[in-house]
Design a protein around this ligand. Structure first.
Ligand code: MN
Length: 308
């Protein structure tokens, strides 16, 4: 059996949080399917896009049944935002019209900036076994929506995994935690993307900039969010939207049982959002232009170096 060896690094700084944010809403995702019949749970849905600006969508998928994933996501377009796919288990092949190709597998991630437009496919390279992971959509600022598309593979070994002093680990996909810089840094939206494994009874703290929108998604176990004694419980398969209380300087999360969760935060853009399926722009006119560009085949022919 193939295993992915994750090397941990020590924390180089403490995260000090004087006052924790709390949960102002617990959200249960919506079961749906996308691509060629892939079953998934849409955790962050369109009605939360303003509340969780700059994040547009979060899908969670996890199944041992190949019929739930085998169709994959054949050729489809995107424009105007970034997609971050994080694979806990399974293998998916990515190909896109900008000429990129990569294999996404156990513990690895893929960061794609669709920018001015890509057509890509995401297809499973397994015919049985478990497929589990997440896809997050991160908005681009208006000024960058028509940037040249690009793509980066982040294999498991490229994602720092920090051993927490009190037990547990945090994988730093983007941003920084406990003094360790993540695999990706992005300007403007400054996303933080952490995957935290916390043994029962242990506490995790993370400083967060006051203006950033933030949420957790618990995928194993259960946690309590907030300073001791006044927290809200978030159970598995639930998203906890963190409040934006002015005095809070971060979040404190305690594992009520062995728990795994994502902590995601970012600087809101506060710009108009116009979405039509896989296209996210600022105005309806830009959506009409996007549909015309796609219809006329201008996506697939955009060379990454010439898109503006
Ligand atoms: Mn896609």
């Amino acid at each position: 059996m193939e295993t992915t060896r994750i090397q941990t690094v020590p924390a180089t700084a403490a995260e000090t949080v004087q006052r924790s944010r709390s949960v102002d809403r617990v959200v249960r995702g919506i079961a749906t399917s996308d691509g060629a019949g892939v079953k998934l749970t849409r955790v962050l849905t369109q009605n939360l896009q303003r509340r969780l600006d700059p994040f547009l969508m979060l899908d969670a998928f996890g199944t041992d049944n190949k019929d739930d994933y085998i169709g994959g996501f054949p050729d489809h377009p995107h424009r105007g935002f970034e997609t971050i796919t994080y694979m806990l288990a399974g293998r998916m092949r990515h190909r896109d019209s900008a000429g990129h190709e990569g294999l996404l597998e156990n513990g690895g991630a893929q960061w794609m900036v669709a920018g001015a437009g890509v057509v890509h496919s995401e297809l499973p390279e397994q015919e049985d076994g478990r497929m589990e992971g997440f896809q997050l959509w991160l908005n681009l600022p208006a000024a960058d929506k028509m940037t040249a598309p690009w793509y980066r593979d982040m294999p498991a070994a490229a994602i720092p995994t920090v051993a927490l002093p009190s037990g547990g680990t945090v994988r730093v996909l983007a941003g920084a935690s406990h003094g360790v810089a993540g695999a990706m840094t992005r300007p403007v939206t400054e996303p933080l993307y952490l995957d935290v494994q916390l043994p029962s009874g242990q506490t995790f703290a993370q400083a967060l900039p006051a203006g950033h929108n933030a949420f957790i998604y618990v995928y194993r176990g259960a946690v309590t969010v907030g300073n001791a004694g006044d927290g809200a419980v978030v159970e598995a398969q639930r998203m906890g939207v963190l409040d934006n209380a002015g005095q809070a300087d971060g979040v404190v999360i305690r594992a009520d049982e062995d728990a795994s969760f994502l902590l995601i935060a970012g600087q809101p853009l506060n710009e108009p959002i116009a979405q039509y399926g896989p296209f996210v722009m600022n105005t309806q006119d830009q959506i009409y232009q996007t549909l015309a560009d796609y219809r006329d085949g201008r996506f697939a022919s955009i060379p990454a170096s010439q898109a503006v």
